[in-house]
Design a protein around this ligand. Structure first.
Ligand code: M6R
Length: 365
């Protein structure tokens, strides 16, 4: 039931504060992650020396964000690969490697095949972060962390993605703490930030009307370039995927530092550039990348907190998102990109919930 909403996708975007709270429920105390959420025997967390993440589509983008968290917080090497590639190559598995799959449906054929292959290899254990408790992936994995997002009907994944990120951040903090990489005080600070997450996401959704206005200028575009740096690069990839999927506008995403190495040649007055600005040491670097774009006539659409210092100007459309702790930025900054692609698709009149050629769950190769 879509209730008051015109499409399932919009309903699911608006459900995010509630389902992120459900994903946190019972998994954090006031000052730490409750490792019991990984099952009765969470001793494996201490043993992890390496992580291989395997997934498809939006779930793969969530894995790409997790790599930044895992290497930064837990100081453990992490690789991320699409399941359709992983399953057809010989994989070298270092000692004590965790095999981690991500899937909304738990029925994606390539992800399941990758898991079955991994079970023949010498992994420490297999962990699935999944939204469907009765799925094949959950049944066949050693351990499971459910995302608790509730049924997702829209083909374009929204709440499944942000709850995957929430579950991945819980996992990253848990591993980092068990490995002795975080002090009790650092862990408490991260958990406090996590507690604020539903309210932050709610505040980001409040920009809906403003983003709807911006999206009207988008409907006649044929291409779009999304730029991000650091963990905001996978968020740019996810923004581009959403736009392609439901509005059929050709979109690409690049780490902003790669512009000069090729994609800058595409930029002229007809090429909109969309970016989510982080509020950290990468901000100045991003700003200089954006100047290169502006100098070539590219229109900029910037989403960022007030603290980033962006303002509306000739050729620059700025939308504010709330300030949040750096570690949470990938989750909160996803919201404006979801809303942008939604409204562009509505203006274009495409079938938002059932985009052409796509299925919700890809159960064939
Ligand atoms: O159910 P899964 O998370 O395994 O699905 C993987 C992809 O097919 C899925 O994320 C797809 O990319 C979405 N439709 C994107 O919105």
């Amino acid at each position: 039931d879509k209730g008051e909403f015109r499409h399932y996708m919009l309903k699911e975007i608006y459900e995010q504060p509630k389902v992120i709270a459900a994903c946190l429920e019972g998994r954090i105390s006031d000052e730490r992650i409750l490792t019991s959420c990984f099952g009765a025997n969470s001793a494996f967390l201490k043993e992890i020396e390496n992580i291989h993440i395997v997934a498809c589509g939006t779930s793969y983008h969530a894995g790409m964000v997790a790599k930044y968290w895992i290497e930064d917080l837990a100081n453990i090497p992490c690789t991320v690969e699409v399941a359709s590639e992983y399953r057809y190559r010989k994989v070298a598995v270092p000692k004590n490697t965790l095999f981690l799959t991500l899937s909304q449906s738990g029925e994606t054929a390539d992800t399941l095949a990758a898991l079955r292959m991994a079970k023949q290899l010498n992994y420490l254990t297999t962990l699935a972060i999944c939204n469907v408790p009765s799925s094949t992936l959950v049944r066949e994995s050693g351990l499971t962390l459910l995302t608790n997002a509730g049924a997702e009907i829209g083909v374009a994944s929204t709440k499944a993605f942000t709850t995957q990120l929430t579950a991945l951040l819980i996992t990253s903090i848990a591993i980092a703490s068990e490995k002795g990489e975080l002090s009790a005080a650092q862990q408490a600070e991260l958990v406090t930030a996590l507690r604020s997450l539903p309210a932050y996401v709610d505040a980001a959704i409040k920009q809906d009307e403003a983003i709807k206005l911006v999206s009207e200028q988008f409907a006649n575009k044929h291409n779009a370039l999304f730029l991000g740096r650091g963990p905001m690069f996978p968020i740019a990839l996810e923004g581009a995927l959403k736009l392609k999927e439901i509005s059929y506008i050709h979109a690409e995403a690049y780490p902003a530092g790669e512009l000069k190495h090729g994609p800058l040649a595409l930029v002229d007055e007809t090429m909109p550039i969309i970016t989510v600005a982080p509020n950290n040491q990468m901000l100045d670097k991003l700003k200089s990348n954006l100047q290169e774009v502006r100098a070539r006539g590219g229109e900029l659409y910037v989403f960022g907190a007030k603290e980033t210092g962006f303002e509306e100007a000739e050729g620059i459309y700025y939308n504010e998102i709330p300030w949040v702790e750096e570690v949470l930025e990938p989750i909160v900054h996803t919201i404006p990109l979801q809303l942008l692609s939604y409204h562009v698709a509505v203006v274009k009149g495409t079938d938002v919930d059932q985009p052409r050629n796509l299925a919700k769950s890809v159960t064939v190769e």
